[in-house]
Design a protein around this ligand. Sequence first.
Ligand SMILES: [Zn+2]
Length: 242
Amino acid sequence: MKFYQSKLLKSFSDIRHCYTTKHSRNVAFHVNDNTESIIANHKRLAQELYYDYKSLAHMKQVHSNAVKIITKKENFDAPPTCDALITNQKNIPLMVMVADCAPLLFFDTEQKTIAVAHAGRAGAFSNIIQNVIDVFVKDFHSKLENIYVSVGPSIGECCYEVGEEIAQEAKALGLEYAVAKRANNYFLNIRKILQTQLLNAGVKKENIEISLLCNSCHTEDFYSYRVEKETGRFSGVILLNE
Ligand SMILES: [Zn+2]
């Protein structure tokens, strides 16, 4: 599997998208990989999706809930610090990089606006989803019923054991529904939190697709920080067609 695609997003002719895999190689610059080979990986991906690799907007991700509106081409070599990007520009692909955290791709079918978000535990606990939806509505005049969301491969509850303090923190935030206890160990279900937040933000249930693929269970296809420690990043990419 070179790329993984969302069935939901695949049905729209206004956009192109994919989730990269280990077989399309590492796309992150901060993980101690050789810069030339990372650029070669970006160039290959850009060829597959038909864009100029330098026009890609990616992020210096910091587990925040900050959203940046992209109005013009960014500097590929100095990406903005944030954890979500949104644009209605046709020539600017958006990318989110992950290796356990969840990559989210958004598309408003009427306002022709796309977004990406990075949601690990911190992003889920601080509800980055609500911030993204707020920008769709306020800045792009989106109607909630037109927003479609795909959550790509991410760490499942199967592999996401957490300590008691994290379980307590989740409880304090009203997220106890996402904490499972098995044999005295706690497991966190990020997908459940994301789904709840999407629904609470007003996204329609039938407009949400959450991949059940656990990258941590499938390190033959995906990078996993938990399993591999020093590892690359796979990504979610989305762009508007001309
Ligand atoms: Zn797993």
